[in-house]
Design a protein around this ligand. Structure first.
Ligand SMILES: NCc1[nH]cc(CCC(=O)O)c1CC(=O)O
Length: 303
């Protein structure tokens, strides 16, 4: 490792905020001065492709490929990601070395006081197949349109009247200083995306950087997010699949809740399981959900 610790990140305002959070945590853990961590901005495919629904070009490591390359080339020591955007299956050379404590996992609705309060036939901007399906499950009259760009861009499109409302992660809004934007939707109404609200730090597997980064790991967040990711792996799903999942830990017990939907939200299946070993919970719940899923849902999952 060189004398400075090189941290790679995307360049969006949210990504830069998250990178600064990781830098602060590393400096606090190791007694480093702030300038011991050098932040390198790396442009990803996802940042360049602003004009098409991500779901249309999914499955191509949109947010991670260039950061992976930089890690593998030794250009950076670690890469910071929203765990929600990290592919389900990662290269063996790259390890999730740590996660920051999870933030608010909920989605926020912006543009109406509640989902019920949306006008009949409202148009909601979202590029998330999960959010679109969940909205239509609750309100079949609602139409969704593709909505791209970073958080500020989306809020500007909403303000310009392009849509009636949008849904965004509370975690991102809060980190951008927009804690007063929108109303939180309870997980019981709209279960969040797997890994929503979690920031992860990747390194080369077994590298000196991995050990340094492990010092800032939040074990409970890590265990919960890995469980949600294990569910995705078992379902052969990713962040473009209409699937929601949330693991929580209390008193050493883990609860995993999940929902699979058809793309139009007309059909869905939900389940919940409690136990101690996350990977076992994910395996058991995935098997159960697939067994109970209506055909229109099952065919979207498990290959
Ligand atoms: N897919 C984009 C993305 N990836 C992570 C976040 C928010 C931060 C988080 O969930 O940790 C967002 C924006 C959003 O969904 O509103």
């Amino acid at each position: 490792m060189t004398s400075t610790f090189r941290l790679g990140t995307r360049g969006s305002p949210l990504a830069l905020t998250q990178a600064a959070m990781v830098r602060a945590a590393l400096c606090a853990a190791h007694g480093w001065r702030e300038d011991a961590v050098e932040i390198t901005v790396i442009r990803t495919t996802g940042d360049r492709v602003q004009d098409r629904a991500l779901a249309e070009i999914g499955g191509k490591a949109l947010w991670t490929k260039e950061l992976d390359r930089a890690l593998l080339d030794g250009a950076i020591d670690c890469a910071v990601h929203s765990m929600k955007d990290v592919e389900t299956i990662r290269p063996a050379e790259i390890a999730i070395a740590a996660m920051l404590p999870r933030a608010d996992v909920r989605d926020r609705l912006i543009g109406a006081e509640s989902i019920a309060a949306l006008r009949k036939g409202a148009v909601v901007g979202t590029s998330s197949p999960r959010r679109a399906a969940q909205l239509k499950r609750l309100r079949p009259d609602i139409a969704t349109v593709v909505f791209r760009g970073n958080v500020d861009t989306r809020l500007a499109k909403l303000a310009a009247g392009e849509v009636d409302a949008t849904l965004l992660a509370a975690a991102g809004l809060d980190r951008l200083g927009r804690g007063d934007t929108g109303v939180a939707i309870a997980p019981e109404t709209m279960l969040p995306a797997p890994a929503q609200g979690a920031v992860g730090i990747e390194t080369l597997t077994g590298s000196p950087a991995a050990a340094l980064v492990a010092a800032i790991d939040h074990a409970d967040t890590h265990a919960c997010v890995l469980t949600e990711r294990a569910l995705l792996a078992r379902l052969v799903a990713d962040c473009h699949s209409p699937v929601a999942a949330l693991a929580t830990l209390a008193g050493g017990r883990m609860t995993l809740a999940a929902e699979l939907l058809s793309e139009d939200g007309a059909e869905h299946v939900t389940g919940r399981i409690e136990g101690t070993r996350g990977e076992d919970l994910a395996e058991t719940l995935a098997t159960d959900l697939l067994a109970r899923a209506p055909d229109a849902v099952r065919r979207l999952f498990a290959g």
